[in-house]
Ligand binder design. Structure first.
Ligand SMILES: Nc1ncnc2c1ncn2[C@@H]1O[C@H](COP(=O)(O)OP(=O)(O)O)[C@@H](O)[C@H]1O
Ligand SMILES: N[C@@H](CCC(=O)OP(=O)(O)O)C(=O)O
Length: 368
């Protein structure tokens, strides 16, 4: 493919910078790296790009400040490190960006800000209001308050969700490695870099290993997860090494570096993207083969008649997963009835023949 042609109209760019790029292995900030990247971002902004940064490194920076040798294991320790480290990181971003006359704004998100539609739209408005005022949004997970239940958990996934939130044109993930290799390069020195990935199947998932450094979270596995989210929403993603000379210019000029995950999907509208990747599943609806065909091949709404069973205690308007009889998740959608109402409909319909009751409207459903 001709990358330079492809990147020509990609102007709203989400850039995720991993801990291993922002900090040294002891967690202390890597000023040289931060300066180089911020200088490029400032320049790209002058050239007309809209840049949104997703930053990692808060826990690592806090760890170093608190003189901890190991990455903390317990939630309260991680929270303390993040509370200290996030401020340190922002101070450095603020200081370097201000040298180029650029104002930055911090936004810290948790899972609820994505799952809850109102909070999702509020976060989006807040980011757009920063962009409109020429401010560079710097986003991280709110690790200082996050506990497991409300955590997104890793910043690769966070950056893909942020790309959806801001309707980004491109997601760039900067890491400590050139891109995706055909096997884990930490274990196999003869591993080869993959330049382009057009679809994410089992073979791609299987070659992605865990984090290479003690500060990284998730390694290549979470980057592949992020690519899945981005690609299905019509957003292409690139993984590249943050320390490469002029890496951001080179990517956006279309130079053949890193690994590009190419999206062939049409961009879903925002509401459908939120249903697919933002909303939290509150229950399951298991449907028969006929209903699978109607949904997948004929673009139909889900009617009561195809439902075999339901699971979970959802309310009307909640997000539910739609599964086939083998347990494969085939769709997600916003359900028109609570679990109790639906059970009643399923049972009473046998007598009352209300088989055509619409359970999930087509417009509120995304086929996965
Ligand atoms: N197939 C693979 N290709 C490239 N890197 C891989 C692969 N499998 C595992 N990794 C590891 O993933 C690491 C990058 O992820 P991570 O340590 O979480 O960094 P970051 O802080 O940038 O998110 C690499 O340094 C590498 O050791
Ligand atoms: N939110 C955490 C980063 C979590 C994470 O995913 O880290 P990384 O793998 O370095 O992108 C922090 O700021 O320390």
């Amino acid at each position: 493919m001709n990358r330079s042609e492809y990147f020509k109209d990609k102007k709203r760019v989400v850039i995720k910078i991993g801990s291993s790029t922002l900090t040294h292995s002891n967690g202390l900030p890597n000023y040289d790296m931060m300066e180089k990247l911020i200088r490029q971002i400032a320049d790209l902004k002058n050239a007309g790009y809209e840049i949104i940064i997703v930053t990692s490194g808060a826990i690592g920076a806090g760890m170093a400040k608190l003189k901890l040798k190991q990455r903390p294991k317990t939630i309260p320790e991680k929270q303390a490190c993040a509370a200290v480290g996030q401020g340190l990181l922002m101070h450095i971003y603020e200081k370097i960006f201000s040298e180029y006359g650029i104002i930055v704004g911090q936004i810290l998100l948790t899972r609820e800000d994505i799952n809850n539609r109102i909070r999702f739209l509020n976060a989006r408005n807040s980011i757009f209001s920063l962009l409109k005022n020429g401010i560079v949004p710097i986003i991280n997970e709110n690790d200082a308050v996050a506990v497991d239940e409300i955590k997104i958990g890793d910043n690769d996934t966070l950056s893909a969700l942020v790309s959806i939130l801001v309707e980004g044109d491109l997601l760039i993930i900067l890491s400590d490695i050139e891109g995706l290799y055909n096997k884990n390069p930490l274990i196999y020195p003869d591993a080869e870099l993959i330049s382009t990935v057009e679809s994410i199947d089992e073979s791609i998932i299987n070659i992605a290993g865990g984090a290479g450094s003690k500060l990284g979270t998730g390694g290549m596995a979470t980057k592949i997860e992020a690519a899945k989210i981005a690609l299905s929403s019509g957003i292409s993603m690139i993984i590249a090494k943050g320390s490469n000379d002029r890496v951001l210019y080179r990517i956006l000029k279309g130079e053949n570096i890193g690994t590009i995950f190419l999206s062939s999907e049409e961009k879903l509208n925002l509401r459908k993207r939120w249903i697919a990747f933002g909303s939290k599943i509150k229950g399951k609806i298991i449907i028969d083969d006929g209903a699978v065909k109607a949904l997948v091949n004929q673009n139909k709404s889900l009617l009561k008649t195809g439902i075999k069973t339901i699971e979970g205690n959802f309310s009307s308007g909640d997000s539910v997963a739609v599964l086939d009889l083998e347990g494969n998740e085939i769709a997600k959608g916003l359900v028109n009835f609570s679990a109790l109402e639906l059970l009643e409909i399923i049972n009473s319909d046998k007598k009352n023949n209300q088989n055509y009751k619409e359970v999930i409207h087509r417009d509120n459903m995304v086929i996965l």
